[in-house]
Design a protein around this ligand. Structure first.
Ligand code: B3K
Ligand code: ZN
Length: 871
């Protein structure tokens, strides 16, 4: 496929004022009739033909203003419909196409899932349904009539409000007409038809609109949708309070489906969800699942304003809706749960996914300037780094300035397709601040490295921070400009308390200094003793921080820092340095510092359990590899981590045993954050207590596995057992399977645990599991939980020195590519870190990637990843 460039953007030549759609649903021959009210765009290229997008379409009939069209007046291919000489500046074009939802294994456009009908149109799926100007800057008012056999599809849903429904006389069919008054691009279109159960509720908006809420699930699963409904209502209230945004239709529906390429989709008034992000009971869902449901429900709901009411001008602006909406869902979860713990979890995820992306061949700016396949840009950079950029704006402008900018953005651009420039200008205009340097965060890829050193002058009572910033080269961007980096910091005195921050005689507002030059010094005055600097508090900027802090400074910060994020970061950094040395040299350095810091945190009664669990969970193998950055031997990383776990587990055995007992449940299961935190800390203790593989540790895990009344406790106990080569392992796996065999989402966890075993037998085990009746290459959740988990979270086995792991994953990619290119490309992207491997493994990964790249007939999705990864 050829490259598309942001600089080539041109406004659409034709606009669609309204569109009337008529779907006659049929498993293999669905008839779609579309009536487009087309009008020449005064801002478009004069005299331009009408060119509509298609993708594998079969045209049945075409008419203009009611008159059938024939012959040379148009040209139709499966991928394009052209009217070279359209009749007038405004006319109605009627198009009839036939589509086969059963044959649609890509899960883009109209497809079937568990014999229901559903659609996925973002980014370019609508063109697989009918010919249309399938670009986000063409906004239209949609009316959709859906007709189906009543027995096959008793439920018929569309965007907006239901305006009419009834039976089709003399047939077994019925219909429903949905009207969405809000103009929208085609990617937000959706319809659903099928046999579904509904749970109902309602919400009263603050201006008094009564909204009917519905969550549709497979029959028999109604009881599992309660938490999602609760999260939806809390999200609706929160958006009113935090952003002044109210819901704008009479109906809000969510449909849970089991075959879905990603998490969920924000179609106007009709969100379609991967059922993983809807269904939960204590017996089947973990605490992570509950918080995932809460976050995704909120995210899709928040898109109603950031994405739908204000949409993107083109797909280069994807972060305009995604980064902003991730920021909004993070803020929601922070308000609903613990803010520091949420921040820690988000930064952990950011580093694991986005920092690694930024460090490898797939690095790209938050707003890319070129792409070949837009589906490959729904990335951690666009989403998570995009959210960090919005967070930095808030840090720079303060609460009130940020809110004023958001209000202006909504006021100016409601009903429009906007750009990043529009977004940034709203903040600049609302606050009077020049944000041109800040905007580099959207354009420059790569994670900035911030190198900081301190100089204490006892006589003058000053502390000087020397700061240097550098953005490493990334694909297409060999050199960079200095960025505007909001650096939140504190100077901690020997008593553990923050000293007032002043530069000269000027107090530092909110504890944030702005780094804007390649090299810069900050002179803090009025200090009574040498402070320890606490840098980048709350992870105020997504940078790699290199400082001259000593291990002793870090032990001090881990115990005293007023910023909880940096207490977490200090202990993590202590562990990380030990792991790096261990991996490089084959033997761990002295571990007392970590043990001391960990003991202090465990014993600190002012800290909540969830925080302790995060602080004490050692950095993952991926993070160590990323920090090492080159010549990584995953086996050495694994060995170092195992040795460190052993050291901490042994030294703190007594404390972990006490914690394990103290954190036991005191009442019936509740998914709230405090209870989840206790479970997290208890399960962390369970893991450390079993680290030696002692009979006692294994027996404790086995007992917990058998007695658990909730999935979190059961699955973590099983995870402990599976990581040890003990007879209890296979028995427990079998028992788990027997108990949950009818529950696909739970069996996914069973696949994942086995894919994560860090032992040479794992590859064969996975190959066997792919033949298991519960596995299917056609279902994205199954693929991700088995093969995806292997490639993303089992570094020693994926990167086996003999190359078998790489070869296996690329074979799966090639097989899958014929069915579902998006999921195949996502899986192939797990090779994004291969350049950091030691030479033998690097060569094996490269061979596997080359084999993919040289395969004829690849999808654009897989071809694009293979080419860039090798790039
Ligand atoms: N906007 C969708 C993602 C669509 C992905 C298409 N490959 C879900 C979300 O981010 O909310
Ligand atoms: Zn989103």
């Amino acid at each position: 496929p050829k490259a598309i460039h942001l600089s080539d953007y041109r406004p659409p030549a034709w606009l669609v004022d309204k569109v009337d759609l008529d779907f006659s649903l049929h498993p293999s021959q669905t008839r779609v009739t579309s009536k487009l009210s087309l009008r020449r765009n005064p801002a478009g290229a004069p005299g331009a033909p009408v060119v509509l997008d298609g993708d594998g379409l079969t045209l049945v009939r075409l008419a203009i203003d009611g008159k059938p069209l024939a012959g040379p007046s148009f040209e139709a291919t499966p991928d394009r419909l052209t009217l070279a000489h359209p009749p007038a500046d405004a006319f109605v074009l009627e198009i009839e196409t036939l589509v086969d939802p059963t044959a649609n294994t890509q899960l883009m456009g109209l497809y079937r899932t568990s014999s229901n009908y559903c659609t996925q149109c973002e980014p370019e799926g609508f063109r697989r349904i009918t010919y249309y100007p399938d670009r986000p800057d063409v906004l239209s008012v949609f009316t959709t009539r859906v007709e189906a056999d009543e027995a096959e599809a008793p439920v018929l849903l569309g965007n907006g409000n239901l305006v009419e429904s009834g039976k089709v006389d003399g047939t077994s069919r019925h219909y429903a007409v949905w009207h969405d008054p809000w103009p929208k691009p085609s990617y937000l279109f959706a319809l659903v038809g099928g046999r579904l159960a509904k749970i109902s509720d309602s919400f009263l908006t603050r201006s008094g609109r009564e909204v009917e809420l519905g969550i549709y699930v497979e029959h028999g699963k109604e009881a599992r949708a309660g938490y999602a409904m609760d999260a939806l209502k809390r999200s609706m209230r929160w958006d009113e309070e935090a952003f002044g945004r109210e819901y704008d239709l009479d109906v809000f529906n969510i449909v849970a489906v089991s075959d879905f390429n990603m998490g969920a989709m924000e179609n106007k008034g009709l969100n379609v969800f991967n059922d993983k992000y809807v269904l939960a009971t204590p017996e089947t869902a973990t605490d992570a699942d509950y918080s995932g449901i809460e976050g995704v429900i909120a995210h899709e709901y928040f898109h109603n304003w950031t994405g739908n009411r204000i949409t993107c001008r083109d797909w280069f602006q994807l972060c305009l809706k995604e980064g902003l909406t991730v920021f909004r869902d993070q803020e929601f979860s922070s308000d609903e749960r613990s803010r520091p713990v949420k921040r820690i979890a988000d930064v952990r995820a950011l580093k694991a996914a986005q920092f690694t992306e930024d460090q490898g061949p797939l690095a790209h700016p938050v707003r890319p300037e070129t792409y070949r396949e837009i589906n490959n840009f729904y990335t951690a950079t666009v989403y998570e780094k995009g959210a960090e950029v919005v967070r930095m704006l808030k840090t720079l402008l303060g609460e009130a300035g940020f809110r004023a900018g958001m209000d202006l953005y909504f006021e100016r651009h409601d009903g429009e397709a906007a750009t990043i420039e529009d977004f940034v200008a709203s903040f600049a205009d609302a606050t009077g601040r020049d944000l041109s340097q800040f905007a580099l965060w959207y354009a420059q890829s790569g994670t900035p490295v911030l190198t900081v050193s301190g100089a204490w002058d006892a006589e003058a009572g000053t502390y000087r921070l020397d700061v240097a910033q550098e953005v490493p080269p990334t694909p297409g961007q060999p050199t960079k400009k200095p960025m505007l980096i909001p650096l939140a910091l504190g100077l901690v005195g020997p008593d553990g308390r923050d000293r007032p921050l002043a530069l000269g005689n000027t107090p530092v507002e909110n504890g944030v200094v702005e780094v804007s030059e390649a090299r810069q010094s900050f002179l803090f005055t009025g200090l009574d003793a040498r402070p320890v600097p606490s840098l980048n508090r709350g992870f105020s900027a997504p940078v790699n921080l290199v400082s001259d802090l000593t291990e002793q400074d870090r032990v001090f910060l881990a115990a005293h820092d007023a910023d909880p994020f940096n207490r977490f970061d200090a202990i993590q950094r202590i562990a990380l340095e030990m792991l790096k040395t261990g991996a490089r040299t084959g033997s761990l350095p002295a571990t007392e510092a970590l043990v001391t810091a960990a003991r202090a945190i465990l014993a600190d009664t002012t800290l909540d359990a969830a925080f302790k669990a995060q602080a004490l969970a050692l950095p993952g193998e991926g993070e160590v590899a990323r920090e090492l950055a080159k010549d990584v031997d995953p086996d050495a990383v694994f060995a170092a981590r195992k040795a460190l776990r052993l050291a901490v587990g042994t030294a703190l055995e007594g404390a972990f045993a006490t914690t394990y007992a103290a954190m036991a449940a005191t009442g019936p299961f509740s998914p709230d954050a405090a209870s989840a935190g206790r479970r997290a800390l208890r399960n962390l203790s369970l893991d450390f207590l079993a680290v030696t593989g002692s009979a006692e540790g294994i027996a404790r895990a086995k007992a917990q596995f058998e007695a658990a009344d909730n999935m979190t406790d059961r699955i973590t106990a099983l995870a402990v057992l599976t990581q040890h080569e003990v007879p209890e392992r296979e028995a427990a796996l079998q028992a788990f399977y027997d108990r949950f065999e009818r529950d696909a989402l739970v069996i996914d966890k069973w696949f994942t645990l086995q894919a994560q075993i860090a032992a040479p037998g794992t590859l064969e085990r996975i190959k066997d599991l792919m033949l298991h009746p519960a596995f299917s290459l056609g279902n994205p959740n199954r693929v991700r939980s088995l093969v995806g988990a292997f490639a993303a979270t089992n570094p020693t086995q994926f990167n086996r020195a003999d190359g078998a792991g790489h070869e296996f994953v690329t074979d799966v990619v090639l097989t899958l590519d014929g069915k579902n290119p998006q999921v195949a490309a996502r899986l192939l992207a797990s090779f994004k870190t291969f350049r950091q491997l030691e030479p033998v493994r690097r060569a094996s990964a490269e061979r596997a990637l080359r084999k993919v790249a040289e395969t004829p007939g690849l999808s654009p999705d897989v071809a694009d990843i293979a080419t860039r990864a090798l790039g």
